[in-house]
Ligand binder design. Structure first.
Ligand code: HEC
Length: 156
């Protein structure tokens, strides 16, 4: 409950990358048994990375905004639960996330593609810095979700 409250507080009232605050302690905020493992949080991020890409490609900007928010939330979650992740590494994604946000707001496909590439490079930069260079993220080449429409809904 405490973690949930903190996460909500971070997401609602603080610029997303004020995660530095959450990182200032070297101790995890909670050692509860239900903590998702970092690998699980990352797996969710991997799915959302794919969904974000295809939402943007399909110009479904509302879906893209939604997926971007999910990515931000999982980054926040990782930063809060795993204080071993250095702040500087978490901040790697700050600029790309903001650029994607802007691209979505202005429905600008070219900027979206560029910012998405920067985001992907940011994922890998952190993996390299944390000794996980063997986890290399790339632009999605295929949409693995056959049960979801990515095109925007028809105008009502
Ligand atoms: C702040 C650092 C950091 C950032 C930023 C980061 N990762 Fe990770 N990621 C990690 C670490 C550390 C691990 C290894 C976790 C472990 O050892 O359990 C990891 C693991 C993973 C894994 C492997 C999970 C598995 O079980 O197969 C995937 C996939 C992944 N990250 C995707 C991403 C994507 C996509 C992004 C960008 C949107 C991203 N990561 C951004 C630190 C980061």
């Amino acid at each position: 409950m405490r973690i949930r409250t903190l996460m909500l507080a971070l997401l609602v009232s603080v610029p997303p990358m004020a995660l530095a605050l959450a990182q200032s302690s070297q101790e995890p905020i909670s050692r509860g048994e239900n903590l998702p493992r970092l690998g699980e949080i990352m797996l969710a991020k991997q799915w959302r990375h794919i969904k974000l890409w295809y939402a943007g490609k399909a110009h479904n900007w509302n879906l893209a905004a939604y997926e971007l928010a999910q990515i931000k939330a999982s980054l926040t979650q990782a930063a809060i639960l795993y204080s071993g992740i250095p702040v500087s590494d978490v901040l790697i994604l700050d600029a790309p996330i903001q650029s994607i946000d802007k691209a979505i707001q202005s429905k600008d496909n070219a900027s979206f593609v560029k910012a998405f590439n920067d985001l992907t490079n940011g994922c890998n930069a952190c993996h390299r810095k944390m000794g996980r260079e063997f986890i290399e993220i790339k632009l999605p080449a295929e949409l693995p979700f056959s049960n979801q429409l990515f095109t925007p809904p028809a105008k009502q």
